[in-house]
Design a protein around this ligand. Structure first.
Ligand SMILES: Nc1ncnc2c1ncn2[C@@H]1O[C@H](COP(=O)(O)OP(=O)(O)OP(=O)(O)O)[C@@H](O)[C@H]1O
Ligand SMILES: [Mg+2]
Length: 342
C-alpha cells in the first residue's frame, strides 16, 4: 500500500452537529457514530473532563463541589470554549478518526443567525480539537439536505428546525438561503417556562430534566384527543421537603403557548419575506419540520392551522441536520456550494 492510498484509507472526514441539547457526529463512509447530549462533567481543580455525553448527563445536579456539569453550548453557539473544545476532542477520539493519517476535515453546523465572532470561536474550537480544515454549514440548509429536499434545484423548499436553543427557519433554492429567520427560542425555553410555572403556581422547585419529562410526556401545542396528567417530583419551596404534584396537559399547553406563539410568528415573518414564485412552491410542497423541539405534540397541527400551509414532519427529526451535513461530506463536488463562505 503506498502512502496515498494509506492516507485515503485512514483519513475519515467528519460532520458535526454541535447542538445546544445534542451533539451528533457522522463519519464519511460510516454514517452516524455519535448521538449524545452536549454535556460535560468537568473537574474545576484539575481542569479535566470527568465524563461526556450520556454519562455526564446522568451526573447532572448530583456532583460534589469541585466537579461541575457543564452544557458548553447555549442558544446554538459555544458558550464555554474550553469545555466545548474538550467535548469535541473526546467525541472524535472515541470514534477513532484520523489516528494514523493525521487530522480529519470537519464540517460543523452553525445557526443561520450566527455572528462573525461566534463563527470564529466554533472554527477555532474544531481546529483545537484536531481538525485539519474546518468548513461551516448553516443548520437549516443541513436539515433540508437531511430530509432530502431538492436544495440545489430552482425550487423553493421551506424548513423549520426547532432545536434546544434555536429555531431556524429558511427558504432554500439553488443551494442558497433566500429568506431566513433564526430566533433563540426553542425547546429549552419551553423547559424554562415549565420550571417557572411549577415554582410560581405550585411552589414546587423542579430541575431541568423533570421539566423536560413533563414537556415530552404531556406538553402540547394543540388540544389533545385525551388530556393527560403527569406526577412531577421536586422540592416544596415553603416546607423545603420533597413533594409530588400532579399537573395536567391543559395547564402545560397554556404555559407553552407564548413560546409556540414566538415560533409561529418567526415562521410567518420568514414567509412574508419570501419572493412570490417561491411562495407558490411552498404552498404546493409545504413546510418541513425538523429538530427535537418539532416533536412537541400537536405542533405540526398548530403550525398548519396558523399558516394555512401543509406541514410535514421529518421522519427522524433529531438526526436530519447531521445526515444532511454527512451528505455534503460524501459528495463535496456536488454540494460544496451550500457551505458558508467567510
Ligand atoms: N418528544 C419530544 N417532544 C418535545 N420536545 C422534544 C421531544 N424530544 C426531544 N425534544 C426536545 O428537543 C430539543 C433537542 O432537539 P435537538 O437535538 O434537535 O436540539 P439541538 O440540535 O441540540 O439544539 P440547537 O439546534 O438549538 O442547537 C430539546 O429541547 C428536547 O427537550
Ligand atoms: Mg440543532
Amino acid at each position: 500500500m503506498d502512502f496515498l492510498s494509506l492516507f485515503s484509507f485512514f483519513s475519515h472526514d467528519v460532520a458535526i452537529d454541535l447542538g445546544t441539547a445534542n451533539t451528533l457526529i457522522y463519519v464519511k463512509g460510516r454514517g452516524i457514530v455519535v448521538e449524545e447530549p452536549s454535556v460535560v462533567t468537568w473537574d474545576e481543580r484539575l481542569k479535566k473532563v470527568v465524563a461526556i455525553g450520556t454519562e455526564a448527563r446522568s451526573m447532572e445536579g448530583k456532583t460534589p463541589g469541585n466537579i461541575r456539569t457543564i452544557r458548553p453550548m447555549k442558544d446554538g453557539v459555544i458558550d464555554d470554549d474550553e469545555v466545548a473544545e474538550e467535548m469535541i476532542r473526546q467525541f472524535i477520539k472515541r470514534v477513532k478518526v484520523g489516528t494514523f493519517s493525521g487530522r480529519p476535515r470537519m464540517i460543523v453546523c452553525v445557526p443561520s443567525g450566527v455572528t462573525k465572532s461566534e463563527k470564529r470561536i466554533i472554527r477555532s474550537a474544531a481546529e483545537n480539537a484536531g481538525a485539519r480544515e474546518v468548513f461551516l454549514i448553516s443548520e437549516p440548509m443541513a436539515a433540508a439536505l437531511g430530509v432530502g429536499l431538492p436544495v440545489d434545484e430552482p425550487e423553493g423548499s421551506m424548513v423549520v428546525d426547532i432545536g434546544g436553543g434555536t429555531t431556524e427557519i429558511a427558504v432554500i433554492s439553488l443551494s442558497g438561503i433566500v429568506s431566513e429567520n433564526s430566533i433563540r427560542i426553542a425547546g429549552n425555553k419551553m423547559n424554562q417556562a415549565i420550571i417557572e410555572f411549577m415554582r410560581s403556581h405550585y411552589k414546587l422547585l423542579i430541575g431541568e430534566r423533570t421539566a423536560e419529562k413533563i414537556k415530552i410526556g404531556i406538553g402540547s401545542a394543540y388540544e389533545l384527543d385525551e388530556e393527560l396528567t403527569f406526577t412531577a417530583k421536586g422540592r416544596d419551596l415553603i416546607a423545603g421537603l420533597p413533594k409530588e404534584t400532579i399537573v395536567n396537559s391543559t395547564e402545560i399547553r397554556k404555559v407553552l403557548a407564548p413560546v409556540i406563539k414566538s415560533i409561529i410568528q418567526a415562521v410567518k415573518s420568514a414567509l412574508e419575506k419570501t419572493p412570490g414564485e417561491l411562495s407558490a412552491d411552498i404552498r404546493d410542497r409545504g413546510i418541513v419540520l425538523t429538530g427535537g423541539g418539532a416533536l412537541l405534540k400537536g405542533l405540526d397541527q398548530k403550525l398548519q392551522e396558523e399558516t394555512d400551509l401543509p406541514v410535514v414532519m421529518a421522519d427522524t427529526p433529531l438526526t436530519c441536520v447531521v445526515r444532511g451535513t454527512g451528505k455534503v461530506l460524501e459528495d463535496m463536488n456536488r454540494y460544496y456550494k451550500v457551505l458558508l463562505t467567510e
